[in-house]
Ligand binder design. Structure first.
Ligand SMILES: *Cc1c(COP(=O)(O)O)cnc(C)c1O
Length: 225
């Protein structure tokens, strides 16, 4: 049997421990519970246990959870890639969108959004073919185009490490992502604070936290048997 409370307490403890080891305040790190493995009922139990951030990677599942948990105090994160034709169905329920990976998608969000959407630019630091996201050298050009979109606030960068990366590679990828974020922050572009980093999943969040992550996206660890 899955003990949700125990799992939740364990995740929060591990995050606190990683923060402390990195000499960081745990309050600077938001834990996004990724509920794609479970139904709305379980997601609701997590919220009732004190989880504030819910993340889904697919539009249909996001909307299911959103409907079911209406009225609860939840910050909603869309963490997976979004097709342009689906933007209109979902964007106005999203607080944070973690996977902005093209200027065309940003233009569609600009057109459909009725409030400011906090967005992470997804960057493909590892250069892995199968991954979405801007290559680091494409970011500058993209920012010039994104600067005209006032419905998007670019809060930071998101990255995903290759599934087979070892600890050293993970450390390198997260370190480079934070360095790029810092560079972009120093440019002080309007609507682009670049204060945040969305990186770290169940298997690698301590390494992400040691490299400055402010949003960890954790699924599996919450729902272990
Ligand atoms: C599923 C998913 C996660 C969570 O991964 P776990 O390994 O289950 O913690 C994080 N980010 C994205 C984009 C995902 O799709």
């Amino acid at each position: 049997m899955m003990d949700l409370r125990k799992n939740k307490d364990f995740v929060y403890e591990q995050v606190a421990q990683a923060a402390s080891q990195a000499g960081r305040q745990v309050s600077d790190i938001s834990i996004v519970a990724v509920t794609k493995y479970v139904d709305s009922h379980i997601a609701e139990q997590l919220v009732d246990l004190g989880v504030k951030h819910i993340g889904e990677n697919r539009v249909d599942k996001f909307l299911d959870k959103y409907q079911a948990l209406k009225g609860k105090d939840v910050t909603w994160h869309l963490i997976g890639s979004l097709q342009r034709r689906k933007v209109k169905d979902i964007i106005n329920y999203v607080d944070y969108f973690h996977a902005l990976d093209s200027v065309k998608l940003a233009a569609e969000i600009q057109k459909r959004a009725d409030h400011t959407i906090k967005c992470f630019l997804q960057v493909n630091v590892s250069g892995e073919e199968s991954k979405h996201g801007f290559a680091p050298e494409q970011v500058n050009e993209a920012l010039e185009e994104l600067a005209s979109f006032d419905k998007l606030e670019i809060v930071g960068l998101m990255t995903m490490a290759p599934i087979d990366a070892d600890e050293q590679e993970l450390d390198e990828i997260f370190r480079q992502t934070n360095a790029l974020r810092q560079e972009l922050k120093e440019r002080k572009i309007k609507n682009m604070p670049f204060d945040d980093l969305s990186m770290g999943m169940s298997r690698d969040f301590p390494i992400a936290i040691s490299n400055g992550s402010t949003f960890v996206r954790i699924g599996t660890s919450f729902f272990k048997e």
